[in-house]
Design a protein around this ligand. Structure first.
Ligand code: 3PG
Length: 216
């Protein structure tokens, strides 16, 4: 797939998702019930972060047992992480940053990939490798919606998935920005709720969030 086709695929995937939960899975046994709970709540596109030792196995289990889920890998920090995600056959990859090594590997690879940017220079670096769809991270802390609007001036064609500090109270405002395709965050699946196995609570939270975003 060409770079442009991969970017288009990722854009379509993000747009369809609207919200993308950022998942930190500590126990492998939680992976499948968690994915089922989110999918039951209408949230199908899931970012499994490489922040725990079981992350890769968790993503694998979700893909095998929850076929309705669109599973991607997040917290890709270097080309080795990217290779692990690609080998799994996940739908997409996301990074909090944009090092030249990672951008080059992602541009040469086959995975639909969104680098993370917080500044104009980082975005210019991502664009130099062909990435015009980026994670804006950490969104609230790096200037919030005003910061994103400022970036839209010099970069009118770049589309974003902001994450960091986004939750039930501000997701709709972010999604109202014309250059925002989807928002991500951990609020739909808090660590304590995962630990407690509160699957029904997470399903309800997903339903409530999607309903309020539709109404907005
Ligand atoms: C991410 O990697 O996108 C962030 O950890 C999500 O930020 P949040 O926990 O503030 O939602």
């Amino acid at each position: 797939m060409t770079m442009i086709a991969r970017q288009d695929k990722l854009a379509a995937l993000f747009k369809a998702a609207t919200v993308i939960p950022v998942l930190t899975i500590e126990r492998l046994a939680d992976a499948v019930p968690l994915a089922r709970a989110l999918v039951a709540g209408g949230v199908r596109t899931l970012e499994v972060t490489l922040r725990t030792p079981v992350a890769i196995e968790a993503a694998k289990a979700m893909m095998a047992e929850v076929p309705e889920a669109v599973v991607g890998i997040g917290t890709i920090l270097n080309p080795a992480d990217l290779a692990r995600a690609e080998a799994l056959g996940v739908a997409f990859g996301i990074s909090p940053g944009a090092t030249p090594e990672l951008l080059k590997a992602a541009a040469d690879g086959a995975l639909p990939f969104a680098p993370g940017i917080a500044t104009a220079s980082e975005l210019m670096q991502a664009l130099a490798y062909g990435f015009d769809l980026a994670k804006f991270f950490p969104a609230e802390q790096a200037g919030g919606i005003k910061g994103l609007r400022a970036l839209a001036g010099p970069f009118p064609n770049v589309r974003f998935c902001p994450t960091g500090g986004i939750g039930e109270s501000n997701a709709a405002s972010w999604l109202a920005e014309p250059n925002v395709l989807a928002v991500g965050g951990s609020w739909l699946c808090p660590a304590a709720e995962i630990r407690a196995g509160n699957w029904a609570g997470m399903t309800a939270m997903c339903r409530r969030t999607l309903k309020s975003l539709k109404a907005a």
